[in-house]
Design a protein around this ligand. Structure first.
Ligand code: GLN
Length: 494
C-alpha cells in the first residue's frame, strides 16, 4: 500500500469509496506519523487518538453501506481556537488552562456532520496573535522545511503554524485555521501549502475563540487547491447563531476547479511593489503573471492607493477588538484562576499569570486607542481608513476579476529572528491584512522555492463571496508551479 499520509483529500476520498483502505487504517497511519513527529515539530498540542479511531470506525460503517458525507473518513487537524465539545480548548493561552467546552463550534460541527475525523488540536500563536507561532503557551512550532544545507529551525508562520506544519509534514490531510490579518495565508506560504481565507461571513464564527470579531474568519489549509475547495464546501454555512454569517447558498466550490482562467482579467496592484521587497519575490510575482497570461487571462495594472495605511490601521482595529473580546478572561468564568486578597487582585493576578507578553501588548494598545480622548484620533480614524481600503478594492473589481500579489515579503525566517521586534513581525502581514480590512476572500498558493530552497506563495484576492474565481486561478498556478517537492522527512527520525 502507498503511504496513506501522502494522499490528498480527493485521493483519500476515492480510495475510501473504492475500499482500497479503511478510514481506520487511514487514521491510524496519521496517528503513527503524529507520534513520531510531535517531539520535533510540536504541531499538535492535544492529539485525540481515541476519538479519532472511534470516528473512523463510525465512518467505516457508513462507507460500508455506501453512505457518508463529503469528508467521510478524512482525518483532519483542528486549530486550538475552535471549541470542541469535551476536548480541551485553550487558544494556546495559559489563561484557558483546563477549559473544556460543553459545545462545538459551528465550523467543526459542520465537518463532523460531513464525516470528517478529528486527529487532535493544533498549536497556534496565543489567541491567534502572531506571525511565527512563537507566542503559544505550549511552545514554538517548527517548520518541516529547512534551508538547503542547514538544520536551523525555521518558523512555520502564524498564527496557524500548527495547522500549516501538520499539513506540510503529512500529519493530517487538511486542517482548520483562522485568519484575522493573514494567519491562514502567511503560514501556508511558509510551508508550501494552500491556505484560503474566505469572505467575511462565508462561514460562522460561533464557537471560535474571538480575536478581532470584525476581521476573524475560518478557512482551510490543505496540500492542493482542490482539497481547499472540498474543505471550504463543508466548513461554510449560514448560522443563525452568528448574525454576521451570510444567508447565502454555499456553491459547489469543487465544481469550478479546473475551469481555468480564459476570459478572466487579473489585476496587478502597483502599490504592492513595496520598498525593500526581495528580488526573488518580485520574480515569483512576474512568474505568476506569466502563468496566468499563458493560461488565457488578461493582465491589467490596478491601483489600491490606501494600501500603505492598511497595516497601521489594522494594528489599531485588531487590538481594539481584542481588548474588548479578552475582557471576559478574568478568572471567574473560564480556565485559570490565581488567588488574590480581593476580587480585583484576583483579576490582576489571573491576567498577569495567564496572558503572554504579546497578548498583554495588544490589550494595552487596544485599551489605549479606545479610551476617552483617543478614540476619535485612533479608532475612529482607523475605521475611516478601513472604508477607504474597501473602496479601493471595489473600484479595482469594476475592471478585474481577481488580484494577484505575493503572499509575504519573504520566505520562512529562523526561529527567534523576529520575536524580539514586534514591528518587524507585524510587517509580515503587509500583503494580507488589506484583505481582512475589506472583508474579501484571499488564497495563498505555493508557487516556487526561494534561493534557500524554502517555499514561497502567491496570493489571489477576490470579490466578496467569489471564492470560485480564486479556485479557478489558484489551480492554474498550482499546475504551472512544478509540484513543490515535499520537505525531506527529518522529523520522524529525530
Ligand atoms: N499576524 C497578525 C497578528 O498578529 C494576524 C494574525 C491572525 O491573522 N490571526 O495580528
Amino acid at each position: 500500500m502507498t503511504d496513506l499520509t501522502n494522499l490528498t483529500i480527493a485521493e483519500a476520498r476515492k480510495g475510501l469509496r473504492a475500499k482500497s483502505f479503511s478510514a481506520e487504517e487511514l487514521t491510524q497511519a496519521h496517528l503513527d506519523a503524529m507520534e513520531k513527529a510531535n517531539a520535533a515539530l510540536n504541531a499538535y498540542v492535544l492529539p485525540t487518538p481515541e476519538r479519532a479511531l472511534e470516528m473512523a470506525s463510525a465512518s467505516d460503517a457508513k462507507l460500508g453501506k455506501g453512505e457518508g458525507g463529503a469528508l467521510e473518513g478524512i482525518p483532519l487537524g483542528i486549530k486550538d481556537l475552535f471549541c470542541t465539545r469535551d476536548v480541551r480548548t485553550t487558544a494556546c493561552s495559559h489563561i484557558l488552562d483546563g477549559f473544556t467546552p460543553t459545545y462545538e463550534s459551528t465550523v467543526t460541527a459542520n465537518l463532523w456532520a460531513e464525516g470528517a475525523v478529528m486527529l487532535g488540536k493544533l498549536n497556534n500563536d496565543e489567541f491567534a496573535m502572531g506571525s511565527s507561532n512563537e507566542t503559544s503557551f505550549y511552545g514554538n512550532v517548527i517548520n518541516p522545511w529547512r534551508r538547503d544545507g542547514s538544520e536551523a529551525p525555521l518558523v512555520p508562520g502564524g498564527s496557524s503554524g500548527g495547522s500549516s506544519a501538520a499539513v506540510a509534514a503529512r500529519l493530517c490531510l487538511g486542517a482548520t485555521a483562522t485568519d484575522t490579518g493573514g494567519s491562514i495565508r502567511q503560514p501556508a506560504a511558509f510551508t508550501g501549502t494552500v491556505g484560503l481565507k474566505p469572505t467575511y461571513g462565508r462561514g460562522s464564527r460561533w464557537g471560535i475563540v474571538a480575536f478581532a470579531s470584525s476581521l476573524d474568519q475560518a478557512g482551510p489549509i490543505t496540500r492542493t487547491v482542490r482539497d481547499a475547495a472540498i474543505m471550504l464546501g463543508a466548513m461554510a454555512s449560514h448560522d443563525p447563531k452568528d448574525t454576521t454569517s451570510a444567508d447565502l447558498p454555499v456553491p459547489d466550490f469543487e465544481a469550478v476547479v479546473g475551469q481555468g482562467v480564459k476570459g478572466l482579467t487579473i489585476g496587478i496592484p502597483k502599490e504592492y511593489r513595496v520598498e525593500g521587497m526581495a528580488p526573488e519575490i518580485e520574480a515569483l510575482w512576474q512568474q505568476g503573471i506569466a502563468w496566468l497570461k499563458e493560461a488565457g487571462a488578461e493582465i491589467k495594472e490596478v491601483s489600491l492607493p490606501h494600501t500603505k495605511y492598511a497595516l497601521p490601521s489594522y494594528y489599531i482595529v485588531a487590538p481594539a477588538e481584542a481588548s474588548s473580546n479578552l475582557a471576559r478572561y478574568d478568572g471567574v468564568r473560564y480556565g485559570l484562576r490565581e488567588k488574590g486578597s480581593d476580587v480585583i487582585s484576583m483579576y490582576e493576578n489571573t491576567r498577569e499569570a495567564g496572558f503572554g507578553a504579546e497578548v498583554k501588548r495588544r490589550i494595552l494598545i487596544g485599551t489605549y486607542v479606545l479610551s476617552a480622548g483617543y478614540y476619535d484620533a485612533y479608532y475612529l480614524k482607523a475605521q475611516k481608513v478601513r472604508t477607504l481600503i474597501k473602496r479601493d478594492f471595489d473600484q479595482a473589481f469594476e475592471t478585474v476579476d481577481t488580484i494577484l500579489t505575493p503572499t509575504t515579503p519573504g520566505a520562512a525566517f529562523a526561529a527567534g529572528e523576529k520575536s524580539g521586534d514586534p514591528l518587524e513581525m507585524y510587517l509580515n502581514d503587509i500583503f494580507t491584512v488589506t484583505v481582512n480590512m475589506a472583508g474579501l476572500p484571499g488564497m495563498s498558493v505555493p508557487a516556487g522555492l526561494s534561493s534557500e530552497g524554502t517555499p514561497l506563495g502567491l496570493q489571489l484576492i477576490g470579490r466578496a463571496f467569489d471564492e470560485e474565481t480564486l479556485f479557478r486561478a489558484g489551480q492554474v498556478i498550482e499546475d504551472a508551479a512544478a509540484p513543490l517537492s515535499k520537505p525531506a522527512d527529518w522529523w520522524s527520525k529525530a
